[in-house]
Ligand binder design. Structure first.
Ligand SMILES: Cc1cc2nc3c(=O)[nH]c(=O)nc-3n(C[C@H](O)[C@H](O)[C@H](O)COP(=O)(O)OP(=O)(O)OC[C@H]3O[C@@H](n4cnc5c(N)ncnc54)[C@H](O)[C@@H]3O)c2cc1C
Length: 385
């Protein structure tokens, strides 16, 4: 049976960065991916500048389909568009973007096994055994980077409840680049009030739009109808191939380690509940987990209590931010009419929100800035002065 220091299950952004970091530090690393790469991944593909700042390499120009300098926000009959001078995000197609990240891991020395699905893992006293549809492997430790439906997480924590999950339904709608630019150029289009704890989006891409609706799973009673209505209202054809995908909500206190196992990215639930963005946290957690694994290999210490320092680091780096994001999301769903009207009618509220999405401001600061100003913004919204 082949032996590795670490086996990383899942070759999305978290698995690519975790495995790359492990290999760079001299560990023998096996990266397992159940699909052939590039593989399709349903996603808006907005990668914030803040997310990119956590990579130690640049992104190839060809991967950048559009740049994002602003947002057009809609709520009922209100609409507001805000632009910034600095680039907030790039828009990519995840198949190509993720394949690029994986190529960086392979360049660093990671052994990649594509079209090989992990089926079970068995932690033992002195090793952990990973069984796939093809082989069995031994390792010292496993990093579970296998996304929202993670099988690795079953060895670590309870499954997500329907309240902790979002359901997204989306489609890629072909269009000429001229039509894409005419609809929205270098910005994203966000529609609130479409789904509870979520929104509808239109993101411009290369010769297509990424259009979707996402909301909390427990309240998405008929997602397809919601999506079709959204498409019709925007004037898009409803004759499209739709895909649905779950997304976990961050901000909850969850176990992310057990003996010889660490979870990262969506498998750990590290997603911003307000925007639904998880790529940044996939990068950060992938790197932190790899660094923890390197230390464990040096000390030959793989117990949950040793690995748990990773959980503390995640809490410090972004855990509190996700908690405040969840509080803000709950607040806005408690009072949607007030919240979204304020958001869609006050440039300042969105401007500050941009600072959060750009990673320049924490949700905690935003909430502390926003709450005391609600009466002022209410008056401003109701009385045009
Ligand atoms: C509709 C939608 C839109 C989104 N839009 C954005 C956005 O615009 N910006 C943003 O930042 N985030 C967005 N997200 C969230 C983002 O997609 C995730 O947070 C991110 O992909 C997490 O990366 P990951 O590596 O943890 O997991 P994933 O990207 O899900 O990768 C997991 C990988 O593991 C593989 N895998 C699973 N099980 C096994 C197994 N048993 N064996 C081997 N391989 C396995 C999968 O095939 C997959 O390749 C969106 C999510 C959805 C659903």
């Amino acid at each position: 049976m082949q032996q590795y220091d670490v086996i990383i299950i899942g070759a999305g952004p978290s698995g690519a960065i975790a495995s790359k970091t492990c290999a760079e530090k001299g560990l023998s690393a096996l990266l397992l991916e159940k699909y052939g790469i590039p593989r399709f991944k349903l996603c808006g593909g907005a990668v914030s500048m803040s997310a990119l700042s956590h990579l130690d390499f640049g992104i190839e120009k060809d991967l950048i389909e559009r740049e994002c300098y602003g947002e057009r926000v809609h709520f009922k009959n209100h609409q507001i568009e805000v632009r910034r001078k600095s680039r907030m995000a790039i828009l990519v197609s995840r198949d190509k973007f993720d394949a690029f990240l994986v190529s960086k891991a392979v360049d660093a020395g990671v052994e990649l096994h594509e079209v090989e699905k992990a089926i079970s893992i068995s932690p033992k006293q002195s090793k952990i055994v990973v069984e796939t549809n093809k082989e069995k492997y031994n390792a010292k430790v496993v990093i579970g980077a296998d996304g929202v439906n993670s099988i690795v997480s079953k060895y670590v924590r309870e499954s997500y409840t329907p309240d902790e999950l979002g359901l997204c339904i989306a489609a890629e709608i072909p269009a000429s680049n001229e039509d894409v630019n005419e609809y929205i150029e270098n910005a994203v289009d966000i529609h609130y009030g479409i789904a509870k704890f979520g929104y509808g989006w239109v993101f411009p891409k290369e010769k297509h739009f990424s259009v979707g609706v996402g909301g909390i799973l427990s309240s998405m009673k008929n997602p397809r109808n919601t999506f079709m209505t959204f498409l019709k209202e925007l004037g898009f054809s409803t004759d499209v191939i739709t895909h649905a995908h779950l997304i976990p909500s961050g901000g909850y206190e969850r176990e992310v380690c057990s003996d010889r196992i660490i979870l990262v990215g969506d498998a750990a639930g590290f997603v911003d509940p307000f925007y639904g963005g998880g790529i940044k946290y996939a990068f950060i957690s992938g790197k932190l987990a790899a660094e923890r694994v390197v230390e464990s290999c040096e000390n030959d210490e793989f117990s949950k209590s040793a690995l748990d320092s990773y959980k503390g680091l995640c809490r410090t780096m972004f855990g509190e931010n996700l908690k405040y994001s969840l509080r803000l999301t709950r607040l806005m769903n408690e009072y949607p009419n007030i919240f979204f009207r304020l958001l869609s009618s006050n440039k300042q509220v969105i401007d500050k929100g941009f600072e959060v999405s750009a990673g320049e401001m924490e949700y905690k600061e935003y909430v502390r800035w926003f709450i005391p100003r609600v009466p002022y913004f209410m008056l401003k919204t109701l009385l045009p002065f």
